[in-house]
Structures are given as C-alpha cells and as structure tokens.
Design a protein around this ligand. Structure first.
Ligand code: HEM
Ligand code: FMN
Length: 479
C-alpha cells in the first residue's frame, strides 16, 4: 500500500506523462493522472510541471484550498522527502512571477511617494512583472480596440467647472450597495494576484482597508476568500462568481461564501461565457508549453439565462446580487425587473471579452437617454480604463455610484505589494478630490450631468431642462 509513505524526487520525477502524472504540492505527492483532462487551465501546464515540486507555480495562481476541492483523498500518494543530493544543490525557487523571478527584468522602483500617476506605476510594473504576468494582465481581445476605447472615451468628455463654490471641505465618502465606503473607487475582481506579488489579494485587501474601500474578490483569486478578508479589517468586500459547468462545485463555493460575514454582495460576471481571444496571452502559453497548448477547457457555464440563473442563485445566497459585464441599456433595464438584483457593473472585462464592444461610459450615456430610471432603481457601477481622478468624476457625474480599477491595482501590487496598491488608491483619491474642488463640488453626491460639457458624444444628455431655473432659485435664496 503506497498511501502514507514518503517519496523522493528521484521517484516522483519518473511520472511525467499522460499515463502516469505525479506532482508535489505543498509537501504532498499527488497522482493527478485522472485530473489532467479536467484541469480548467489545460493539461499542458500540468504536464510541464509534472514529476517535480510545482508548489511555486501553483501558488501564484491558486489558493491551496483548491487541492482539497478538486482532488480526491486517494490521489494523495504520501509525503514528499527531498533527496540529500537535491537538498544540497537546490537553489531557492521563485515564489511567484514577480521580483523574485529570475526571468523578470530587474529594476529599481523609486520611493512609492515619488510616483505621481497611474501611468507611471504602470511603467514600473512592466519592469517588475514576469513575461508570464505581463502577457496575462496586459492582454485584451483581438485588436484590443475596446481596451483602448475604455480609456480614450474619458479624454473626449469635457467638464464644466463652476465658480464661487467654497470647496475647502470636500469628501469622497459615499455608499455602494448600502455599504459606506471612504471613496467611490473600488478594486474590481481580478484573478491570480499572486502572479504580481506574494502579497496577492490579501495585499489588495490591506490597501483597501486603509481607505475603507471596497474590494471585489475574484472567483479565481490566488488566495482563499477567508484569508483575503482577514487581511482587510477596514475594507468592504464583495465576492465575484463565475457559474461553472460543474454546478455542484459552484454551490459548494457559495456555501463557503455564506460563512463569511464580511462579504456584503455577490457579483455575477456575465461577459465571459466563453474566453476572449487574447493573442498575447495565447502566444506566451504556446511558447511556455512545448508543442503548443491545446485549446483551454473552459469551465464557465455558457447557458446562463435571466430567470433560471437568478432563481438558482437566489436559492444559494440571500445577499444582494450585482450583475457584472452589462454592455447595453436593454440589459441594464432588464436587470431592474429582478428584485434580487440590486446593482450592475457596466464593464467589458477591461477589453478582455468582445472586442469592439462599447466602453462602459457609452453605455451609461445610453441608459441616461433610453431608461434613466435605471439609475434611480439600482446602483450602477462602471469599470475599465480608469487612470485619472477626472475619469472617476466623469463616470460619477454621468450617474455611476462607483468606479472600479482592475489592472491599476495589479500594477500597484507588483511595484510595492500592499503599499503599491495603497499608492494607486491614494493617487486616484487625491486626483479625484482635486478635480472635485476645481469643478466646484464638495461631495460625491453633488456630481451630476450638469458638470459634463455638451459635445457630439454627450449631447444626448441635454434633452431635459437646461437647469437655469434652478440657478435662479439658488441665487435668489443666497443674495
Ligand atoms: C494539481 C492541482 C491543480 C488544481 C486542483 C487546479 C485547479 C484549477 C481550477 C479549478 C482552475 C479554474 C480556475 C479557478 O477556479 O481557479 C484552474 C485554472 C488554471 N490553472 Fe490550475 N490547478 C492545479 C494545478 C495547476 C498548476 C500546477 C498550474 C501551474 C501554473 C496551474 C495553472 C492554471 C492556470 C494557468 C489556469 C487558468 C486560469 C485562467 O486562464 O483563467 N494549475 N486550475
Ligand atoms: C488580469 C485580469 C484578470 C481579471 N480577472 C477577472 C475575474 O476573475 N473576474 C471578473 O469578473 N473580471 C476579471 N477581470 C476584469 C476586471 O474585473 C475589470 O472588469 C477590468 O480589469 C477593468 O478594466 P481595467 O483593467 O482597465 O481597469 C480581470 C481583468 C484583468 C486585467
């Protein structure tokens, strides 16, 4: 009986094929032969790491709890014991794809306080991240037109500053989905944060905690939700769900989430029923796995529908539901017809879903024109392309309750761990506050369409009253 015995590397390393595939993970030896065809990340990456201690590669993408969830107890063959010879010659393996990875170009990051903009953080991140992390984080679908448009659209919208407003006192506090937060900027869910830095999603939580900010934890986080929330006592949390083809596994995960009181709402991502064609990432994977990677097995259920899926989800959570990846006003309106849905995130997955889909700001304008009541019925959040405080206030002025950052948080993490994310949030918070003061606005709730200039894009906003009667009324009462 092999169960319970110890194995040396010389024995484990004989099992590297489809017919017999072993792997060392966190001190245990696993027989993963039957899991090869089931691994959502494809079999090639497992074969590449077969016959060795793959803990470092595993840790940068998965929480350790996933082992128990996906592998049966009989697949654990026993404990791993280092051979003497290996122990003596072994060089410390990198824990992640960032600074400690010899593949990653070395660079010196200046003191974080001297980094002034999100673009600057991004350029340092490109020096810190491993090629693998860059191809995964930066890539977007096809020609990356939507990714580019997400940022460009903010540049084509102009603001309308008002004068004679005392903005000495100015606050970024607001409420998102009923939770008070210190700033209207939240961290969108992003998989595999430990590819950027060992602090991973817990580092992001620690940073959000300092601002009483909101972090939406990804279903594919590289750390477990309990570990993440315990790192952010002052933060507000939500958890993002991909419904897997394996519905029972999704239900088990939802049961775990129910036990975490810090999680205030569930974000169901809908824009990725199939993986987008992210060529930079595919090219990297092809080079990484000899002979090319087979098409990835996609674990996400592609047959979700409004009524069936929402009814099912309501059976497994009593938390408010937020739909992420809404890209038309029709779907925004439809969301308001389901009482369990308390919010939507206008998002195109940072350009990683359908290329040439519209930037969220365009969808917000559509909502204002065709069904403005949506904005009064549910919380509308947006993400994609946010790099400046002025981007934040434009989205808020157009009706968003909060604005998410995806890559910017990962880039901050890569340059300075938790403190790097703090720097990202501080830059954006300070810029937002400055922009509000210069605009003549003292609080987030005052921002409105009257702060947005009319041009070809935004003219559809101005079908309503001019606002002049309100100005007259206000002045008369003050004079
Ligand atoms: C043997 C134990 C492993 C198990 C049980 C496992 C499980 C999973 C699961 C459930 C997913 C779907 C995404 C998620 O829910 O996180 C996934 C995806 C993935 N896994 Fe693993 N995995 C294992 C080993 C590895 C190893 C050693 C690597 C090496 C780096 C790896 C790399 C990946 C990648 C790259 C993805 C795809 C993520 C994406 O593109 O969204 N996995 N794995
Ligand atoms: C590397 C990466 C991983 C992501 N993983 C997820 C995820 O697991 N779940 C999800 O709903 N969205 C995911 N997204 C999308 C983000 O939540 C967000 O919509 C997007 O990044 C916003 O655009 P930005 O990166 O321009 O800020 C991911 C985005 C990136 C860049």
């Amino acid at each position: 009986m092999i169960m319970g015995r110890t194995w040396k590397l010389s024995e484990v390393s004989k099992h590297t094929t489809q017919d017999s595939c072993w792997m060392v993970l966190h001190g245990d030896v696993y027989d993963i032969t039957s899991f090869l065809s089931k691994h959502p990340g494809g079999r090639s990456i497992l074969l590449k790491n077969a016959g060795q201690d793959a803990s470092a590669a595993f840790d940068s993408v998965h929480p350790v709890e996933i082992l128990e969830e996906y592998l049966a107890p009989e697949q654990v063959l026993g404990k791993f014991e280092l051979d003497d010879i290996v122990e003596r010659t072994m060089v410390e393996k990198p824990k992640n794809g960032s600074q400690t990875d010899p593949e990653a170009p070395s660079s010196t990051v200046p003191p974080l306080s001297s980094i002034l903009s999100i673009s600057e953080i991004e350029s340092y991140a490109m020096q810190q991240l491993s090629p693998k992390a860059i191809s995964y984080y930066v890539s977007a679908t096809d020609d990356e037109l939507t990714k580019a448009a997400n940022g460009q659209i903010y540049r084509s919208i102009l603001l309308r500053p008002r004068v004679f407003v005392d903005c000495t006192e100015c606050s970024l506090e607001t409420t998102i989905l009923g939770s008070k937060v210190g700033l209207p900027i939240f961290v969108s869910p992003a998989a595999m944060a430990r590819l950027a830095h060992p602090a991973g999603e817990a580092g992001i939580a620690g940073a959000c905690s300092k601002f009483n900010g909101l972090q939406i934890i990804s279903k594919n986080a590289s750390m477990s939700p309990p570990a993440i929330v315990s790192a952010g006592p002052g933060a507000v949390f939500a958890w993002q769900l991909y419904v897997l083809k394996d519905l029972a596994a999704t239900e088990r995960t939802l049961a775990q989430i129910r036990k975490i009181p810090q999680i205030k709402f569930i974000v169901l991502t809908l824009d990725a029923p199939f993986p987008g064609k992210r060529e930079a990432d595919e090219r990297f994977k092809m080079a990484e796995v000899a002979g090319g990677a087979p098409p990835q097995a996609w674990g996400t259920e592609s047959a979700l529908t409004w009524k069936k899926t929402l009814e099912w989800l309501c059976g497994h959570t009593s938390l408010p539901i937020v739909l992420k990846g809404v890209q038309t006003h029709e779907d925004a309106y439809a969301a308001t017809l389901f009482p369990a849905v308390k919010g939507i995130i206008l998002s195109n997955h940072g350009g990683r879903a359908l290329d040439t889909a519209p930037p969220p700001i365009q969808v917000l304008l559509e909502i204002r024109k065709f069904c403005p009541q949506v904005l009064d019925t549910i919380d509308v959040l947006v993400d994609g392309g946010i790099k400046r405080g002025t981007d934040v206030i434009k989205a808020l002025a157009l009706g968003a309750k909060g604005v998410g950052i995806g890559r910017a948080a990962l880039y901050g993490l890569s340059v300075g761990g938790q403190e790097g994310v703090v720097r990202v949030l501080k830059i954006l918070a300070d810029e937002t506050m400055t922009a509000m003061r210069l605009l003549g606005v003292k609080s987030v709730s005052e921002l409105g369409p009257r702060h947005i200039n009319t041009n070809a894009l935004t003219s559809r906003l101005f079908e309503g009253p001019s606002g002049l009667e309100e100005v007259e009324r206000e002045l008369r009462s003050k004079l």
